[in-house]
Design a protein around this ligand. Structure first.
Ligand code: PLP
Length: 379
């Protein structure tokens, strides 16, 4: 048998696996066809634009949350964006108009401020929508809960008792986070209860993101059924804009142990990556990433230490079969969605490279970062 040659992955490096990305995209495309809906990518979760040609083989477009994301959609996806932001910067709005097919406003006041500019734009017809707050959520982390009491995201039922202003043809809601289809069903029940009087006159509804349709246990059949039923009941075009689902479990962050320290019996393996700078959700959410080769319990427990000097830049103890050594590789799984887009250059620590592991087994380095990237972000 031919000997497998280990890939020369630079350290640190995010490695996106093409096979896994395509597997997710195929499933999403199947759902889109079966349910008769439109599914687009939320850039806020994944915007590695060098692989947009792969994404475009399966999906028609993207949702943008700012002018820069709308511009990326135009430049690198060749599509007009579905744009939504909690508020639009006045000096960016004309740029957003030029690059959007749909613009969703977070409030009636935002709509009233910007609608005249949309109406005056003649190059393409833009569909205007309003975000509503369904006041239903299963998200327990307040930082990620758009329906927490007093949330600023979307108009609540009290403000929409009668009809919508002329010019609004769609509604948008986003309340889920890594959720199942049953959470969507409960959300739709609230949408009908609170905003049912508006639905018969609408052309489209955007059901936001948070639909984890590429995870192993997701009930795809149920999702297809509820989407189909809703679409037929209101004769409405349904749009979904997941981010996480597209890049869910499509790659890893590879790092290397630089040093091992011990303090009162607690051992820490300090790595060439930082949790706060390169995996911020592990501290913010917080969530515990899987590390390849770990075991539930052993005599060889180590905290994973980040290379920034922030005291809390570490993860609690992981267990390994054998003692760890400096120079050894540590691989954090599922480090693509929300991770790559949220990094910083805090402490000036070196930013991990970004690579694509192609279906044929070849590694393509998409991006390496240098001192100039660090310096140019500053002034
Ligand atoms: C308005 C909106 N749409 C879509 C998404 C994507 O959600 P997810 O990546 O969980 O699918 C988000 C995430 O915050 C969002 O705020």
């Amino acid at each position: 048998m031919a000997k497998r040659i280990p890939l020369a992955i630079p350290s640190p490096c995010y490695v996106l696996e093409e096979k896994k990305l395509r597997k997710n995209l195929k499933r999403i495309q199947r759902i889109e066809k079966q349910a008769g809906v439109e599914i687009i990518l939320a850039f806020k979760a994944f915007a590695t634009w060098k692989v947009f040609p792969i994404i475009r083989e399966y999906l028609g477009g993207a949702t943008a949350s700012s002018l820069w994301e709308a511009r990326l959609c135009d430049e690198e996806m060749g599509a007009l964006a579905h744009t939504y932001a909690p508020a639009y910067l006045p000096d960016e709005f004309s740029g957003i108009i030029q690059r959007s097919s749909h613009i969703t406003f977070n409030s009636l006041a935002q709509f009233n401020t910007h609608y005249p500019q949309v109406q005056a734009y003649k190059k393409q017809k833009i569909k205007c929508g309003l975000r509503v707050n369904p006041e239903y959520s299963e998200v327990t982390t307040a930082l990620y809960n758009p329906c927490a009491p007093g949330s600023r995201l979307g108009e609540v039922k009290e403000n929409l008792q009668t009809s919508l202003p002329k010019g609004i043809t769609g509604l948008h809601f986003h309340n889920l986070c890594e959720s199942d289809s049953f959470a969507l069903a409960k959300t739709l029940a609230n949408i009908e209860k609170y905003f049912g009087h508006l639905l018969p006159d609408l052309e489209w509804i955007n059901m936001g993101g948070g639909h984890l349709m590429t995870s192993k246990d997701y009930d795809v059949k149920h999702l297809v059924k509820i989407l189909k039923d809703f679409r037929k009941k209101y004769d409405i075009h349904v749009i979904l804009e997941p981010g996480s689902a597209i890049a869910w479990q499509t790659g890893f962050l590879q790092s290397t142990i630089l040093d091992i320290t011990e303090n009162n019996g607690i051992k820490t393996a300090t790595l060439d990556v930082s949790f706060t700078a390169h995996m911020p959700d592990t501290l913010e959410m917080p969530y515990r990433p899987e590390i390849s080769g770990t075991v539930p319990k052993s005599d060889h427990g180590y905290r994973m230490g980040g290379v920034s000097c922030l005291a809390g830049d570490y993860l609690e103890t992981y267990y390994f079969k054998k003692p760890l050594k400096a120079g050894q590789v540590i691989r954090f799984q599922d480090m693509i969605h929300y991770t790559i887009v949220k990094t910083t250059m805090f402490n000036g620590v070196r930013h991990p490279s970004i690579a694509l592991l192609k279906s044929g087994g070849e590694l393509e380095i998409l991006r390496k970062f240098t001192y100039t990237d660090y310096k140019k972000r500053l002034s």
